[in-house]
Design a protein around this ligand. Structure first.
Ligand SMILES: Cc1cc2nc3c(=O)[nH]c(=O)nc-3n(C[C@H](O)[C@H](O)[C@H](O)COP(=O)(O)O)c2cc1C
Length: 359
């Protein structure tokens, strides 16, 4: 039986022990609304590391307070947040996994209610910790407030916020960084012609719509040096006529490669609400494979991959280099251990105290 899923993967000299990675998953659990990780985040991310994943990626983390999706999101705009993250990366390392973090700005989809429990319509009002969202253009995401268009003079501040958060992430012990350019958040909203109707150097042509992301990639790379792998999560398509699509994502991935990005994390959707998405097992895999073939960069795939043989086949057939497993690892944080057992792979890093459970 092949064990491609359990082959290590090295990016810039940083070795992940296997190809089952945990994708970023917002918890909306910062009740103090100060962006500082709590025991919940230590327990949640720690248990995923203990479960045998190669890389555990912390959720979309705001590079600025107004860049959070909800007031309960994590942040990395100050040193208290970085100090609290250091405890988490340290525990992840004791489990033999690598720690990654997704740096994000939510743009026009910011200041929304947390993604579970009771969720009123619309945005979170100021008296509940909300704020005025900003965006590429004054075009609202369905059901949310119209964002204030960012002026061209504000964009260097956004670039610097990503770079500063990246610096703090390294200080906090993260091994891998990801920039969130998917799911309709700020950078995706700049990429897509449906949400970006600017007439300055950041709107119009593909090059212009990509400009903010490329500037952020360059600034983050300058901040973190040459040794840290940098990923970008993209939505390969808006699933909407006239929107962002696979050919543009392929063009973008060539640019990202030239600008020192090490892997593309391929998702889809999130910028337009009412679209038909053919959701099913591995429904985003074909995008990842196309981007891998066209760009020559390693890719990760994500989306309803929750069965060990399915995951193994994707890596063995070189359709993707990494399989990110989200909701299935919320159901069972020990999914990688279970996958190893199913594939008859002798995993040397099962937690010692748990060994008797697997005899
Ligand atoms: C609870 C939850 C929170 C999520 N938060 C994020 C996030 O912070 N950043 C992101 O890029 N995707 C986020 N996603 C999307 C996942 O990373 C993943 O792409 C998606 O769940 C599909 O994979 P799956 O079918 O294995 O769950 C989230 C998904 C879930 C279920």
């Amino acid at each position: 039986m092949s064990h491609a899923l359990f082959e290590p993967l090295t990016l810039r000299g940083v070795e992940a022990r296997n190809r089952i990675w945990i994708p970023p998953m917002c918890q909306y659990m910062v009740d103090a609304q100060d962006g500082v990780p709590t025991d919940w985040h230590l327990m949640h991310l720690g248990s995923l590391a203990r479960g045998g994943a190669g890389v555990v990626m912390a959720e979309a983390t705001g590079v600025a307070p107004e860049g959070r999706i909800s007031p309960q999101d994590l942040g990395l705009w100050n040193d208290d947040q970085a100090a609290a993250f250091a405890r988490i990366t340290s525990f992840i390392h004791t489990q033999g996994a690598l720690a990654a973090i997704q740096l994000a700005h939510a743009g026009r989809k910011a200041s929304t209610w947390r993604g579970w429990g009771e969720r009123p319509e619309g945005n979170v009002p100021v008296e509940h910790g909300g704020w005025q969202p900003v965006g590429a253009s004054p075009i609202a995401f369905t059901g949310l407030a119209e964002p204030r268009e960012l002026t061209v003079h504000e964009l260097p501040g956004i670039v610097e916020a990503f770079a500063a958060a990246a610096r703090r992430a390294i200080a906090a012990g993260f091994d891998i960084l990801e920039i969130h350019a998917a799911h309709g958040y700020l950078l995706h909203s700049f990429l897509s012609p449906l949400s970006n109707q600017r007439t300055d150097a950041y709107g119009g042509s593909l090059e212009n719509r990509s400009r903010l992301l490329i500037e952020i990639v360059d600034a983050v790379r300058a901040a973190i040096g040459d040794d840290i792998p940098l990923l970008v999560r993209v939505s390969a398509t808006d699933w909407a006529e006239g929107g962002w699509d696979l050919p543009q994502t392929v063009e973008l991935s060539h640019m990202l490669r030239e600008h020192s990005v090490d892997m593309i994390d391929v998702s889809s959707g999130g910028n337009i609400l009412h679209v038909k998405i053919p959701v099913g097992p591995g429904y985003q895999l074909a995008f990842a494979t196309a981007i891998r073939e066209a760009s020559g960069l390693p890719v990760s795939t994500v989306g309803m991959i929750d069965e060990p043989f399915q995951a193994e086949q994707i890596v063995a057939l070189e359709q993707a280099d990494v399989v990110m497993v989200g909701r299935e690892t919320l159901r069972d944080p020990n999914f990688p251990i279970r996958a190893a057992d199913a594939l008859r792979y002798r995993m040397s890093y099962k937690p010692g105290p748990y060994e008797r459970a697997y005899r």
